[in-house]
Write a protein that binds this ligand. Structure first.
Ligand code: ADP
Ligand code: MG
Length: 182
């Protein structure tokens, strides 16, 4: 059995979770043993589900530390990880260990935070992945391709679990316009 790492990245509303669920469902059709993890910090909608903005859902296991996935995922064929950007810096090592042991790892997460900076463990993970897929949203201002998550809320807290009212997808131009004077 051969393992590898796939990363699905992009802004909010770009369809990362949708794409993760699609790949995991296909693995299930192939009768592979699949486990989905997400950081325990992400509790919007439902504690036990990975939920896409289009309301697709798949059962998942919340874990506090990236290392928790080593033991819990060791008997799987495929390990899915959603909201990977919220994990600690051990995420890259954990994914490498899982892949080295023959597991297919598929991690979805934000590549940039609301300031447009690389997000947490994502750059490192993208560096060691065999496959990196960047998906895009639609800019809520002009309809172009969007790769930024623009925060409408005033809060400067880095981790703000928000929804449509707090964030919107924006293209580079409209993101820069919105950041003017902040
Ligand atoms: P992500 O996990 O990247 O945040 P999801 O998979 O949860 O994305 O949601 C993707 C879905 O969000 C799309 O299929 C679409 O129905 C919806 N959506 C809402 N706003 C947008 C937007 N601005 N651009 C693209 N899709 C959007
Ligand atoms: Mg998502």
């Amino acid at each position: 059995r051969r393992g590898w790492i796939e990363v699905i990245c992009g802004s909010m509303f770009s369809g990362k979770t949708e794409e993760l669920i699609r790949r995991l469902n296909r693995a299930k059709i192939a009768k592979q043993k699949v486990e989905i993890f997400k950081p325990a910090i992400d509790t919007r909608y439902h504690v036990e589900d990975v939920v896409s903005h289009n309301a697709n859902a798949i059962r998942s296991t919340p874990v506090s530390f990236a290392h928790d996935m080593l033991l819990l995922g060791s008997s799987c064929d495929v390990v899915g990880i959603d909201e990977a950007q919220f994990f600690d810096d051990a995420l890259m090592d954990v994914c490498v260990q899982l892949a080295n042991s023959g597991i297919r790892v598929i991690a979805a997460g934000l590549d940039m935070d609301y300031l447009g900076k690389p997000f947490g463990p994502m750059p490192a993970l993208m560096g060691v992945a065999e496959y990196v897929t960047k998906v895009h949203a639609v800019c809520m201002q002009c309809g172009d391709i969007a790769s930024y998550s623009f925060r409408n809320a005033a809060s400067a807290q880095k981790i703000l679990l928000g929804e449509t009212d707090s964030y919107e997808a924006r293209c580079r131009h409209c993101f820069l316009e919105g950041m003017k004077g902040r």
